[in-house]
Every structure is written in C-alpha cells, then in structure tokens.
Design a protein around this ligand. Structure first.
Ligand SMILES: [Zn+2]
Length: 253
C-alpha cells in the first residue's frame, strides 16, 4: 500500500459541486463533506494538527509562524520513517517545511507560490510530484496546492474566480491520480473561508472535505464524524504502522 495525500488550501466542500473531476472521484471514494478542522482555522496551525493529530493548544503553533514544540508530539512523517517508510513532500507555501523534522523526508520539492504566482506554482508542484513518484519508491506522499486559498483572499470565497481555482486544482488532482494508479488517494483541505478571510469558528471556515479512494474504502459511501485529526491515524493504519500514543484522532478505516 502507498498513500498520496493531496491538500487544497482553503477548499470548501460546497465548491466541489460543479467540478466534474471532483464528482467522479467522490463516486469512487468514501467521503466526508462535513468534516471539521481545528481552531484557529489558519493554514499552519491546521496543517500541524493534521500531521500531529492534536489540537493547536497541544502542538503550540497557533499562527502561520511555526513554534517549536515544547513537549514534542511525533508527526506522521516521524512515525512513518521510524517504521522504515519513505515520505515525500511537494508544496508551494514555504512555512510547510516545518511540518516534519529533519531526517523524516526521502524527497522534498518546494517552489514558491509567492514568487511564481500560485496558479503556475500549482502546475509546477504537480508535475514535480508526478515525475518523482513515477521514478521513486515512496510510501507516503503529500501534495499541497495553494492557489485556491490565495484566490479566496484576493477575490472572495465561493466567488467565480475561487470556483475556477478549485476546478483547476481538480485538473491537477485528476492528472496526478491518473499518472499514479498504485496509490490510495486522500483529498482534503486545511480550512474553509468566507468573504476574503478565514480563521474564525464559523462553519464556513471550519468545515472541510475528506475523501479516501482505494482498498478499504467503499465507493460512494459516507464517512461520519470525521475531523482533520483523523487523517494521520488513517494514513498510518493504511501503511500498517501503529499511531503515536499521543495522537488524539481516530483511524477512519
Ligand atoms: Zn488563507
């Protein structure tokens, strides 16, 4: 088993409605369209919670500035590398470099969305991930696409520009999943958004989609009661690795 986790920053579940690639994937996946993220609904705290399966109050990163953990919880990549698994990251927002500790990644590719523009950076990071993962034997790959969040901040959540950005991100998702048929695929978001922002406890900010496609997930089924803390335990379970004792989420398989 190999797992590819794709995260579209700021993607609200409702935005999938008019996207053919998303609808096709949902038909083949177990889906939660009412999963919840953590507070504050901000990118780095939410990612830290996804990878460490604890709330921001526990991991200590409560803004987009990384805070080294005082009582460190092992993250997904630390747990996997200790079990002999290979991990790879492909991302276009630089603060995500702190999601795993040195020594945890076999491969890492970063290009800056702030420098290139997030639209071109999404294309570039997707192509880099495909090229690497076709060539290399990786057990867990993380692909981060930043353009939807950037577009939400510029033009507003759920507006036409935002929905177009969601559609384009799903073209990237369709491309990479078609190129890498051996991977179990998870698609999610870190948080939602409203107007031109996020970070609050409004349902628009807190509700995220979680999709899993592959062995163990019934196509077209619904996952009830899921949250962002459940993703790391699920990925570990799929790879046959025990979760860290401190993780607070549950496996969805
Ligand atoms: Zn944002």
């Amino acid at each position: 088993m190999k797992v590819l986790l794709i995260l579209v920053d700021g993607m609200r579940p409702e935005s999938l409605e008019g996207v053919p690639e998303a609808q096709e994937m949902m038909g083949k996946s177990a889906c939660a369209l009412d999963a919840v993220t953590v507070m504050p609904s901000v990118t780095l705290p939410c990612h830290m919670s996804l990878f460490h399966s604890v709330d921001p109050g526990r991991h200590g990163t409560t803004t987009n500035t990384y805070a080294p953990q005082v009582r460190p919880v092992n993250g997904l990549c630390e747990v996997l590398v200790r079990a002999g698994k290979k991990c790879a990251f492909f991302y276009n927002w630089e603060p995500l470099r702190d999601l795993s500790r040195p020594g945890s990644l076999a491969f890492s590719y970063f290009c800056s969305g702030d420098y290139l523009g997030y639209g071109p950076a999404n294309e570039k990071v997707t192509r880099a991930a495909i090229a690497c993962l076709k060539e290399e034997d990786v057990d867990f790959a993380f692909l981060y696409l930043g353009n939807v969040d950037d577009t939400g901040h510029r033009y507003g959540w759920m507006g036409q520009e935002y929905l177009d950005a969601v559609g384009k991100s799903w073209k990237n998702i369709a491309e990479i999943t078609a190129a890498l048929p051996g991977y179990t695929v998870a698609v999610t978001a870190d948080h939602g958004g409203h107007e031109r922002s996020h970070g609050t406890d409004l349902p628009e900010d807190l509700t995220i989609p979680i999709l899993f496609r592959g062995d163990g997930f019934m196509p077209g089924s619904k996952i009830e009661g899921a949250g962002i803390l459940d993703i790391a335990p699920t990925v570990a379970r799929l790879l046959g690795v025990a979760p860290d004792r401190e993780w607070e989420g549950k496996s969805l398989v």
